[in-house]
Design a protein around this ligand. Sequence first.
Ligand SMILES: [Zn+2]
Length: 515
Amino acid sequence: MFARIFSGGLAGVDAYCIEVECDCGPGIGQISLVGLPDASVKESQDRVRSAIKACDFYVPYAKRWIVNLAPADTKKEGPAFDLPIAVGILASTSMLPTEHLSKFWIAGELGLDGSVRPISGALPLAMAARQHGALGIILPQDNADEAALIDGINIFPVSHLKQVCQLLENPDAIAMLDSDPRRTFKESQKMRRAGPDMYEVKGQYVAKRALEIAAAGKHNILMVGPPGSGKSMLAQRLPGIMPPLSFDEALELTKLYSAAGKLQNKTSLVLERPFRSPHHSASAVGLIGGGASPRPGEISLSHMGILFLDELTEFPRSHLDTLRQPLETANVTISRATQTLTYPASFLFVGACNPCPCGYKGDSVKCCSCSQFQAERYWNRLSGPLLDRIDLHVNVARLTQDELSSMGSSETSDDIRLRVMRAVEIQQERSGTQPFMFNGQMTQKQMVKHCKIDEKSRLMLAKAVHNLGLSARAYDRVLRISRTIADLKAHEDIDSSDLAEAISYRSPYRVHLES
Ligand SMILES: [Zn+2]
């Protein structure tokens, strides 16, 4: 007898339909898996056999099953096919009715005792099932909340193979999950824990201002300063001054984390902007994504949030250079012999490093012990094109004794966030019906339209270009930053003070050497 079950596989962050076909004929109890299964899929036959036995089904010995995972030309990975294969074997042996099979998508990993374990990518699977026109999706209990974020599809959470059998015999036997994801999102937003706050950082007013500009216009930023000056502390507080995620953004982020298998247990929705801080020993694949069975890398996991690279100069130059394309296009394309995948990677880049190998160039207390040659070689680890793509360059100097002992009357993250949100609103209003882009991502055409400057400012910029040796790309970035500075003041036009401030953040790294 023949049975067909619908399930799904992942390609990047999206799922696609996989038909699990099961044919039963005379044989000696083998299960043959075809359709490019990887090792974890091949192993499923042992789990399936034990799980079926645990449900007290009598599996005839003189039978042979051929299980085909269609389409046969894409590689199938992961244990999520255990459940559809088990159902297929039972249905093809007439132990389960087949009439309701076509209404559902089924996915889940099986334990030897028949229990159903959670899988990666439940959210994209639910999305694909809805698109496919399925009535519902049968999923592990632990993945139910995550899949329930999708409207328009019924979620049937199960924790044991027996429940799946009951459901297929009588679709009313198992309760559907009833949820209102938008309400849950609003409630969880109210319960948000406050993260580290900007007011805890003493002094560093220029750096805080630069971070505010970075958050408002999505400008990449590099902080240079001696060890212990508070660069990491400042970076960790950046998510707190960014606008909160909207429901749609949270959903997109949750889909990505679901596909990567990175959703924390019991949390169905990613509520905070990610802050990823990979170590400089991270591999290129860990950073960019890819691998034998492709996974999103750190740059994709920091989508809509922050990618913080501390000790930037310690990262291999080849790894840093691979960041150039995602910084421009906000996504990363990974090509393999059999497939090409694109992961989103729209992150705010924050780099931090010491001004020289010893870390004390230009420091007010300790003397630098590096030669000019050592310092130059140190900065050459960062390529010019990468530095060009970093809009804001800030010196984070060591705090003076007075600043350290002062109690500080700094602004809180909430105060700064209000200004940032207003500036983002202004940018949204300006983009009108066009797809929204932050100032940091404006195209040439938009820049010509929105970054007009008067004659006085134009002369000042021309002088700065000459004196600082700015490239054409850096010139554009100065204009974009000045647009954001004007937006933070809610000014329609960019004036010369906005431009002067923008130029001050654009001093190339060589200034650090000459100071
Ligand atoms: Zn030094």
